[in-house]
Design a protein around this ligand. Structure first.
Ligand SMILES: Cc1cc2nc3c(=O)[nH]c(=O)nc-3n(C[C@H](O)[C@H](O)[C@H](O)COP(=O)(O)O)c2cc1C
Length: 190
């Protein structure tokens, strides 16, 4: 499969960046083709401009050049992966804005839906699994992101993996890196 990875972290040398490296390594060893969208390094502007606001009456609206370029990049892939730190129970704002602008009306929902067959979400999380379970935070993220965005836009199979306790060092992080690699090898196999 051709997999577009959307990476959203201020630093490529972060723990999140190490998760990305392992995901790429797993994908490559399984023979997948990888394209990387490093949104911050590329300077993607997440703010929805007036020109990219949906015209609800126009099913064939042409969006800005910046959005067309992102849509072209998405069109080259069969599946999507997201690697991000959980910030306030969600993606960082750059990924949210990328979805706001690029997954636009008439292209990702409405007259047309996304053709991507799978989406894998890897979020590093500072808190523990117990912290999330007690507050329903993981379920809230699944409803918001997996159901509200991926499924709504037509992607039939999505998995969200939260890599808990990511501020700790040592074996927890090593386990998360191994998980990222193993998901890269297994999740996109058809
Ligand atoms: C603005 C901000 C908001 C955060 N919100 C959460 C949160 O809601 N839940 C959580 O588990 N961790 C939260 N964290 C902790 C990050 O998830 C953690 O710093 C990150 O996953 C560690 O990976 P990194 O070293 O690659 O940045 C937050 C961190 C920041 C900076």
């Amino acid at each position: 499969m051709k997999v577009l990875i959307v990476f959203d972290h201020p630093r490529r040398d972060s723990f999140c960046g190490a998760v990305l490296d392992q995901l790429i390594s797993g994908l490559s060893s399984a023979g997948h083709h990888v394209e990387l969208a490093d949104l911050r390094a590329e300077g993607f502007d997440p703010r929805l401009t007036p020109g990219d606001e949906p015209d609800w009456k126009d099913a064939h609206q042409v969006y800005s050049d910046a959005v067309l370029a992102e849509q072209a990049r998405m069109s080259r892939s069969d599946a999507l992966a997201f690697v991000f730190p959980v910030w306030w129970w969600s993606f960082p704002a750059t990924t949210k804005g990328w979805i706001d602008r690029v997954w636009n009306h008439g292209w990702a929902y409405g007259a047309r839906k996304l053709p991507h067959r799978k989406a894998l979400l890897l979020g590093t999380a500072g808190a523990s699994a117990e912290h999330y379970a007690r507050r329903g935070a993981d379920e809230a993220m699944r409803v918001q992101i997996a159901r509200g965005m991926m499924e709504y836009c037509g992607i039939p199979e999505t998995q969200l993996h939260l890599l808990f306790g990511a501020l700790g060092q040592g074996s927890v992080r090593q386990q998360h890196l191994a998980t990222a690699r193993s998901l890269g090898e297994s999740f996109f196999v058809e």
